[in-house]
Design a protein around this ligand. Structure first.
Ligand code: HEM
Length: 232
């Protein structure tokens, strides 16, 4: 093997590590974000006050700010390395193997990680414009001295306020189904990339990955559906 080929292999390997680390970090972010979002099920004045002060804390605490910057960096590295790895894989194998068309030795999700990831990227960018941008730079009403993000989210999925609420609810649910498939392969794949293969622990990791890929996206999707239904 020539030096350059070794170099390419090494850089592919380090890219796989970056994918795994950033992917797992983003899974931790998802758990935190979901716990925060659960508060939005409380739609009355008490829920409003609690969620708004939580959002205020999340945007001002220095430690959380650091976590936010790590999240943005993780998304960036995960996306860039994901694209580079996909292009390299395609170049290495210009014609798809016939067996790859079936599900004999790979799942549909594993063969479509780039497509699913691209859907998620589009979702994250538009999603940040919906709420993050509004929270940081938008015209947002103050209630009891803090920004009223609670009402922004409620109104976003309220068909009597936002005429696109049904479309948005549908798009959020579609994005969460895509995230479910992406996580279904990605979670266990990250552990494999890190070389954490063990006859005893791998089945457990696979089980946790499968459970995570159903519970977390379902949890996220349930909120837009709930807010849309109770306000219709
Ligand atoms: C489907 C239900 C979801 C709702 C209602 C929701 C709501 C929100 C809200 C209100 C914010 C603004 C928080 C702030 O800036 O203080 C936010 C930020 C954000 N959301 Fe979501 N979110 C959902 C799902 C997701 C998912 C599935 C992802 C990732 C795939 C995601 C990624 C982000 C990111 C990266 C930020 C910026 C966080 C930061 O600045 O630290 N969200 N979301």
């Amino acid at each position: 093997m020539t030096m350059s080929k070794t170099g390419i292999l090494k850089s592919s390997l380090s890219k796989k590590y970056v994918m795994a680390f950033t992917g797992l970090f983003l899974c931790i972010f998802l758990v935190g974000h979901l716990i925060g979002n659960v508060q939005l099920f409380s739609t009355g004045p008490e829920g409003q006050a609690a969620f708004n002060s939580y959002a205020e804390f999340m945007t001002s605490n220095p430690l959380i700010k650091l976590m936010s910057y790590l999240t943005y960096a993780s998304v960036l590295f995960h996306v860039v390395d994901g694209f580079v790895l996909t292009i390299k894989n395609r170049k290495a194998r210009p014609v798809n193997y016939v067996v790859e068309k079936g599900n004999l030795n790979s799942s549909w999700a594993s063969r479509n990680m780039a497509l699913l990831g691209t859907i998620l990227l589009v979702f994250i960018v538009t999603h940040m414009q919906h709420f993050w941008w509004t929270m940081h730079f938008g015209d947002i009403i103050m209630v009891d001295g803090v920004k009223d993000l609670h009402t922004v989210v409620m109104d976003f999925f309220n068909p009597t306020v936002n005429r696109l609420a049904a479309v948005m609810t549908g798009l959020y649910v579609f994005a969460m189904i895509s995230m479910g498939f992406h996580l279904n392969h990605g979670f266990q794949s990250a552990f494999q990339s890190l070389g954490l293969n063990h006859p005893k622990y791998t089945p457990m990791i696979q089980f946790v990955g499968k459970a995570f890929s159903v519970i977390v996206p379902a949890g996220f999707a349930s909120l837009p559906i709930y807010l849309f239904l109770i306000q219709s």
